[in-house]
Structures are given as structure tokens and as C-alpha cells.
Design a protein. Sequence first.
Length: 623
Amino acid sequence: MSSFNSIINNFLKRNLNKDTIIRLIFFLIPVVSIVLKGIIFQGFASNKNPYALDFFNGYQAADPFINYYIAFSLVFFSFSFLFKGTGRIIYTFTMDLFLTLLILTDIWYFRGFLTVPSALILTQTANLDNMSGSILSMTSNLDFIFLLDFILLAIYVFIARKSFSKNHGRAIKTFLCTSILPILFIIYVPISINVFNNKDVHNAYLFSNYDKSNTAKYFSPVGYHIIDCYTVYRDSKPYKLTDQDKADIKELFETKKEDLPNNEYFGIEKGKNLIYIQVESLESFVIGKKINGKEITPNLNKLIQTSLYFPNTFEQVNEGTSSDADLMVNTSMLPLRQGSTFFRYPNTNYNSLPNLLEKEGYSTTAIHPDKGSFWNYANGLIGIGFDKFSDYYSFNVDEQIGLGISDQRYFEQVVPMLKQQKSPFYSETVTLSSHGPFDIPEKYRELGLDPELNASKLGGYFESVHYTDKQIGHFIDLLTKEGLLENSLIVIMGDHTGVHKYYDDTIGQLSHKEDWYLNTGNPTVPFIIYDPSSKQGKTFDKMYNGQIDVMPTLLYLLGVEKDKYENSALGRNLLNTNKSFAVITNGTLKGGENLTDKEKEIYKKSLEISDKMIRANYAHNVS
């Protein structure tokens, strides 16, 4: 035993000299820092208010999986041992910065979307154009915590600079130890499951289901991105429907069918122009409400009196946000579970609204105020079936609010475009001015809000929506003046929720607030169908529905027979149905009181079924 101790002591004397210990501590500082940053991330993400830090809750969330946090951190920093001298310092600082920026991106994205971003989203850099204001609104004053270790590292290197100035060599053995052992720990469970078929291995559940937020909790934000990259690679391969997939699709469409006779709504708008207005961040809760005696949406309120109005239209967008709304309205398909559908599968075939209306003699165009590269709109909307796509470069952007051209100047320039279209036509239009962070210029603030509310995100939202509502009224006046309104059907819907989606925590901080300001947990957008010739409207306040139900409902009004789309559209015709429900993107089913348990399970599976249909180009393969 004494001989063994002597060997160990001699080894330590030779290898653990002062400089070695100093360099080892330098290695451990960023390793520990990245682990702590993962815990801090959970401290923000597990808090009801993700802008405030609850470190204790974050530690509790991360504690059962802390070995994975350490393992992934060790792997990344182990490569520093392959560098000599100051190269090791440069690598360590660079890797620390890269991983820190990754975690910061995750928390900023989480504050906006309550989930973490996929690699597919992080590669969509075209979406960063003009979005600096929105990104800055997702930051917190506490985010500086993520940068403190750089100060500590810099001070440490300065004090111990002599130990780094010496030309120490590569530490190959240390690299192998600090990389291979953590890797073996990480892959132990999946190897046991997939190679040795050991389903009872400890922690098997961590690898059984891929949920982004849970994966970030189990493996740290750093580990999540490694697993996510593998998942993206796996899912990037062309998907072929299995026999079970085909059976699930058939079961869904059979369950969805309702053999009901046509009613008075069928074909009453046949041959009319269809003008769809997709309103940025418009939520149902502002409709019909007043501030200081002033209506927030006076023009929409007036339209609803003679419109078909569906106030309980649930948001169903996923990672593609606004572009997902374009997808659902025009295809009646639910968006992909990962990434933006327009980015990943812009050339997928659909039995879409523009394609179906073109067969009825319509010309079709999508008129976007964004650049065509944003969400890959140009390729995505042409891929859906629009004859023509016009974007930012088609406009004189002589007034900009937020992300782009003001809604007033946008609509004023859209009208001449519509006049040039061959009738009947279907045109999709999109507003921008009510996009977060809702910093509408002071000269357009007309509601006379009290100082606290006016300075808040909610107040900015009220004023932004009020401005956009005014421009919708202006647009309709212009259509009337040009003779375009008389033979047109106007459809208005919010692309997704707004202030409650991105800035819900700020509402609770107001010292004076009305009950109707608060989040009810039901993310709904208004869906309005306005026929200028109608003298009486109807509000379907008992109907629960989703954004995928827009297309079948409009086709019914326009007189397109249901057998042309009922076996490809996942949505239902809201004007001739006995069902009231919507499946939202987290898998929750809203409504559905008259559905059987079996029907509920089938409809919940529609999220996964739609994903597979898009990836397999289902419409093309069955046509």
C-alpha cells in the first residue's frame, strides 16, 4: 500500500504543479458557469413571469438532471486541452461566449413563445430583418447575470497570466478523460435502449419523448441543442407514410365527416371577390371594449353588426407564427411540429384555397408588406398555389411603423393592385403596424390613456390595434370609392394573439387594471366574414373553432362542393356542423363537449397527422 501511495504522490508532484492547478481552475470556471447558466435559464423559464428570476425553482427543476448539465459542459470545454499556450485561453473564451449566446437566445425566444427554438428557427436569419425592437423587448434587466463569468475569467487570467505565458503543450490525456467519460455517460441510456433493447434502464423516459422544453430541462439548454440537431437531421429525410399513418389519416377524415344537408349559407357568396385581411396580433378580447369611453376597435365593432362573427377562434400557430396563419387559412392543414413549414417544405402540394378557387375561375394573389425572404413567404405562398406574390419591394415605403410600411400607406397602395386583378379574384392582404413591441408613434395614439397604461405594453397594444382598426375602415372606404366593395366578401382574422402571447407578465404589474385585461387561458383571435350587402349579422358565440376551419367555411359560402376538399382539409365548415372544438398547438382540445372520448383522441392526433402529411407531400401522392 505504501508503494502505491508513493506512486500516486510522485505522479501528483510531477503533474499537479502550481501552473497546472491554475490552468485546471481556469478550465473549471467556464464549466461551472455554463452549468449555472443552465440553472438560471430554468429559473427564468419555470417562473410564471419569465422576465423575473427564481433561482431556487430553477435549481429544483435542474437538480435531478444536473449530471447531464455537467457532462455536456465538460464535452465542449474539453477541447481546450488540445490547444497550446494562449490558444487555450482564446478557445475557452470563444466557446463560453458561443454557449452563453445560445442560452440567451433560448431565454429571449422562450419569453416570446414559451418554448425553446429549434435549430431550424435559428437558421432562419432572414427573419431578423427589422425585428431589433421585438428582440430587445424580450430582454430583461437581469440578463447581465449571464455575462458575469467573463469578468471573473478576465480577472483570473490577468492575475495568473504568468502561468499562461509559459509555452505549455497540449494535454491529450486530460482531453480524452474530460471528453470520453462524459460522452459515455450521455450515450449510455440510448445505447442501452436501442442497441441492447433494455427498456428498463434508469432514466429511459428522458429519451422516450421529444418535447423541446422538457429536453432543455433534462439535458440543459446546451444538451437540448445537440439532441435537437440530431432530431432535425433525422426528420429532414423524406418521410414515407407507413400503413399505420395511412390508417390514422383515413380514421381522422372518416371521424370528421358530417353528412348534413346544405343549408341557407351554401353558395350565397358564389362568384364574389374574396379579400382576406390578416391582422397582426389581433386578439378577440379587445373587440367591443372601450377605454375612457372610446372604442378600441370601432370599425370592426361596426362591421360585426352585419357580419358572420366567430369570437372563439383559437390560435393554432406553432414555430412559424404569422406564416403558420397563412398556411392554415389557405390549406386547412396544421403547421409542422418543428420549424416553419414555409422554410422546410415550401414546395409541398396542397388542395388549397387558391388552387380550388382558380378552378372556379378566380385569379389569386398574395400581397405582403414584408420582404419575400421573411418566413420564406415568397416561396411558401407561391408553393401553396397563389398565381402572384407581391411583397415589400412592390410598395413605396414612405411611412414606416415598427417592422415596415404603415398600415395606412399599405392599404392605400393595395387598392390599385386589386383594381388590376381579373374578377373574380382572391387576394390575401396582411397588416404590420400592430406588431410587438407595440410602440406606435405618439401622433397616432388617440385613446387618451392614463400615463401608466400609456407607457405599458398593454397600452401600446390598445393604441396599435386602434390605429390598425382605423386603417381597416379607411381601406373599406377606398374599396367603396373604387367600386370594389359591392361585389366582394371581406374576411378578417388575427394571425395570432399579441400582448397576452408575448407580454402577459407586464399586464399583472399594472397598478390599475380591469378584469377583461387579464389572460383567460383561451388564446383566441376574431374571425369576421363581412358581406357589404348583408343587413343582419350573426355571432357564433357558442362555437369553438380554430384557424384551420377558415378555408372550408369560406368555400361553403362561395359554393364549392365539399367533395372537392373534405378528404384533404383538416378543418370543418363552421356554417354547417354540429361540432364545437379546436385542437391548439400544445395538444389541448378546447370545447368538444359533444365529442366522444374516442373522437377527442383522434382529433388530438391531428397535430402529428398533419405534420406527416406535409412532410410526405400527401396531396401530391394521392392526386
